[in-house]
Design a protein around this ligand. Sequence first.
Ligand code: 0PR
Length: 378
Amino acid sequence: MREEALPEEEVMRILEEMRSKDLSYGRFFSTMCTLPHPIAVRAHQMFLETNLGDPGLFPGVAEIEARTVRMLGELLGCPDAVGYISTGGTESNIQAIRAARNEAGIKDANIVVPASAHFSFDKIGDLLCLEVRKAELDESLRVDLESVRRLVDERTVALVGIAGTTEFGQVDPIGDLAALALQRKIHLHVDAAFGGFVLPFLDGEWAWDFRVKGVSSITIDPHKMGLATIPAGGLLFRGQDCMSALETETYYLTKARQASLTGTRSGAAAAATYAVMMHLGQKGFRETVGYCMELTRHLVTGAKQIGIEPFVEPVMNVVTLKVPDPAGVREELMRRDWHVSMTREPHRALRLILMRHMTHENVDLFLRDLGDICTKSG
Ligand code: 0PR
């Protein structure tokens, strides 16, 4: 650190210079985050210095968090669900599995997750010292139930199903997993970090949330399709017992027990989540999801017209495209300032997320470049 003070304007000039190096959302197909809704930004700023780690000092924002959890519970088919606003999907997944393990009280435990699970589950294995068993996928890239069944044993403390996989946007057969979990009396955690704010607003009936008996906990991220500010994650449990398995005594704080992973935690993202949910309502989210799905169809139709097929038919606003040399095509796209990602082997494809910041015009420009690149390389 410098010895001498630097004038505020000088510091701000440095920050602005660095900020200008950050890329802007308009050409991002690779991210599951998006520009926060303006009301989320206002709410975030208003609650900047609040600390949900010591809720007795900030009862206002603590009530906002409780109301937000209730709205999320209603959305997920269980108004009395308990939980909290975390920093994101990783923390929510860690905590759900930690709760399951603590509740089961088994040493040398294991969990069974789909091979398509987000890498946060590898961190979980390391952190919680449990074995992460990966079940195979079927041809539609949903978890194969027989494979899950084969991996479960008397040390399995949780099954995981994904409602909106990171790479393909697929929804695992949650009803079947729930039946197995009930039969074996084990925890079923549903990772809907991405899909949680998509599936409730899609046409058609999807059985994946607390309405499915046997689902014990759900991850749902406001900072992805919930249009809130980063870092806003959601973790919900069907009942208090499971959440209580996370509690430690706090000794000297305004609340005697704490279930969250982090101690000091900002109330700003909880306020932002509350603000967006209240302001948009289900109608607003249906419109947002509708828009993202329209972009998805536009992209898939356009890709087919230039001879490029999707790897799987998209369920939500995650598109994967079969191109001859995905790494090469991606590199060329990046050179043209398009930010796309790739799925991993053995299902290598270009991967694009159609978020609210994307426009039809940019999808068209992207398709033109993609067609151009594929013609040249083919
Ligand atoms: N579960 C699922 C199903 C996810 O897709 C993700 C993140 C997580 C859990 C973890 O959530 P957090 O990152 O909030 O802890 N999926 C994206 C990914 O890793 C996140 C992301 C967002 C990646 C923005 C890139 C990016 O620019 O691909």
